[in-house]
Design a protein around this ligand. Structure first.
Ligand code: UDP
Length: 240
């Protein structure tokens, strides 16, 4: 059925934020929300796309919020990284239950629960069409999972990083507050940096820039969007 459709990206890195995983709730994991994206991912896997996923943790704990209530900085970020592992466990479980061959790799060793990140193994799994879920960010405090998405994207030689958000793309200012906010179709890394656009932290953008890694920011709540993106529809904002 899809034989004549051109697939633009053969290997992708999808960033799933904690905000997405909590669905309409204020905290925790919404399994139905996860299932919705898992079904889309399954479709891509069946099209032969190689998929890495970096998982956020903000639906459980975010370091910056724990710091504000008096928990030491390093401990706060450790708790944040552990949150991403919990999310990853849920995603892998839902994937496996839906017959997707998926594994979980943590930047921080956590024996008996999931694998430790191993570049060679991850590359092998991806080439064998196994979905690789990367958790615990880059394994260091003071970083974010957006940085992890760009770093793993570079290491895995992906064609693009897909960053799902709750809005349609990158805007000149917050579209939920300002009705005049303008959405950009395309931006250079330098424009993101110069205009201080709040899309990903600076380290992620600089990493992407230095390695010519394209990023597409899109509305993850639109059904079928992953397939539309990999077949070339210009959803959201492309950063190159
Ligand atoms: N974190 C960290 N190092 C990393 C990635 C994440 O210390 O390499 C911690 C940090 O405290 C962060 C939390 O884990 O707030 C959850 O990640 P993030 O805020 O990026 O999740 P998201 O906003 O995507 O849900």
């Amino acid at each position: 059925m899809y034989k004549n459709t051109e697939i633009l990206y053969k290997r992708i890195l999808l960033k799933l934020s904690g905000e997405f995983l909590q669905g309409a709730n204020k905290f925790g994991i919404d399994a139905k929300k996860i299932l919705s994206i898992v079904n889309e991912i399954k479709f891509l896997v069946n099209c032969g796309i190689e998929i890495g996923i970096v998982v956020g943790g903000g639906n459980l704990f975010r370091g910056s919020e724990l710091k504000k209530i008096g928990i030491s900085s390093v401990i706060s970020d450790n708790i944040g990284m552990l949150s991403t592992i919990m999310n990853g466990l849920a995603i892998r479980d839902i994937m496996n239950k839906n017959n997707i061959n998926a594994c979980l790799m943590s930047a921080v060793p956590i024996n008996g629960i999931c694998m430790h990140y191993d570049w060679k193994k991850a590359m092998d799994y991806l080439s064998k069409k196994k979905v690789v879920i990367f958790v615990a960010g880059i394994g260091n405090t003071n970083f974010t999972t957006d940085t992890a998405a760009c770093l793993r994207g570079i290491e895995m030689h992906v064609d693009i990083v897909l960053k799902g958000t709750k809005v349609n793309g990158v805007y000149s200012c917050d579209p939920e507050i300002n009705l005049d906010a303008k959405m950009y179709k395309k931006l250079t890394y330098q424009e993101v940096l110069d205009r201080k656009l709040q899309v990903m932290d600076l380290v992620s953008i600089i990493l992407a820039k230095d390695n010519n890694l394209p990023i597409r920011v899109f509305n993850i709540n639109k059904p079928g969007i992953l397939y539309r993106i990999i077949t070339g529809e210009k959803e959201g904002t492309l950063i190159i």
